[in-house]
Every structure is written in C-alpha cells, then in structure tokens.
Design a protein around this ligand. Sequence first.
Ligand code: COA
Length: 147
Amino acid sequence: MVGADLPAVLAIEEATYHEPWTEGIFRDCLRMGYTGRVLEVAAGPGEGAGLAGYGLISAAAGECHILNLCTAPEQRGRGLGRLLLRALLAEGRLAGAEQAFLEVRPSNSAAVALYRAEGFETVGVREGYYPAVGGREDAWVLRRALI
Ligand SMILES: CC(C)(COP(=O)(O)OP(=O)(O)OC[C@H]1O[C@@H](n2cnc3c(N)ncnc32)[C@H](O)[C@@H]1OP(=O)(O)O)[C@@H](O)C(=O)NCCC(=O)NCCS
C-alpha cells in the first residue's frame, strides 16, 4: 500500500464501516513503517481491473498485529480475504514475529469464521472497545502462533 492507493482504499473502507478510518489514519500507519498490502484484480468478463482489498500489519518484539483487513463488498466470498490475511501473516513472519494478534467484533461472523479457520483462538476480551449503534461493543482478542 502506497499513498496513491488511498483513494481506492478509502472508497472500500467507507463503503464497509460505520466509522471508517480516515485518510490521515492510513497515512500515519504508512509513515510509522507499518506494512500495508493491497490486492488488485485483473479485468475479467463483465468487470474491470481494480483494487479488491487491503490490509495493514505492524510487527515488533516478536509479535505482529493485524490492524485492518478488508475486501471490497462486491468481491467478498471469493477467497480474497483469506489470501490477504495469509499475505499479511507472511509479512509478520518475515519481520520475525512468532505470534499474531488481532481484535474483532464478536458479531462479525464472517471475519470470526475466517480467523478461526486460519488458526486464531480467542485469548481475551476488551470490554466496550468498539463504538456500536446504541452503545459500545466488546472486542475479542485473537492470537495464533506463526512458527
Ligand atoms: C472479513 C472479510 C475480510 C472476509 O473477506 P472475504 O474476501 O469475503 O473472505 P474469503 O472469501 O477469503 O472467505 C474466507 C473464509 O471466511 C469465512 N467467511 C467469509 N465470508 C463469510 C460469511 N459471509 N459468513 C461466514 N463465514 C464467512 C469463511 O470461513 C471463508 O472460508 P470458506 O469460503 O472456505 O468457507 C470481509 O468479509 C470484509 O472485508 N468484511 C468487512 C471488513 C471486516 O470486517 N474486516 C475484518 C475486521 S477484524
């Protein structure tokens, strides 16, 4: 992910989340040296080429954290989220991480199913971590080993 990707990244982010990350948050992540990956699909019958998903990961002190993972709404259910997640975890391994962590809303059944299928287990709960319609929602903290 580079600055030139951000308009397409933000279009997906804003189509997905009630409280999307801003351009400034993405730029800060890149400035901090976090690794961002975008996934582009080639043009096919009935669809143009374009950015289909993205993710960000930070790594330090033997751990990595998935900060964001998202596929375009019209591209979901085609295996791209799994592909991106695996690419991010490969980046974490390259940076020397032995464990990966992430936070997810318990109500986000698609993401929870993806993470469980990829070997993540719940290791904690952050109460009221996320804003939610009519209040706050907990986050599950998920972890998996990378070695
Ligand atoms: C979560 C997300 C990244 C998954 O991306 P995707 O491209 O649809 O995922 P894939 O097609 O690679 O599916 C991988 C696995 O995820 C799970 N999954 C995906 N969509 C699902 C759904 N609607 N219901 C249940 N499980 C689902 C399945 O386990 C699936 O494996 P399978 O196809 O072998 O059954 C995508 O739904 C998304 O961007 N959601 C909005 C943003 C978000 O919630 N990000 C995660 C924040 S922690």
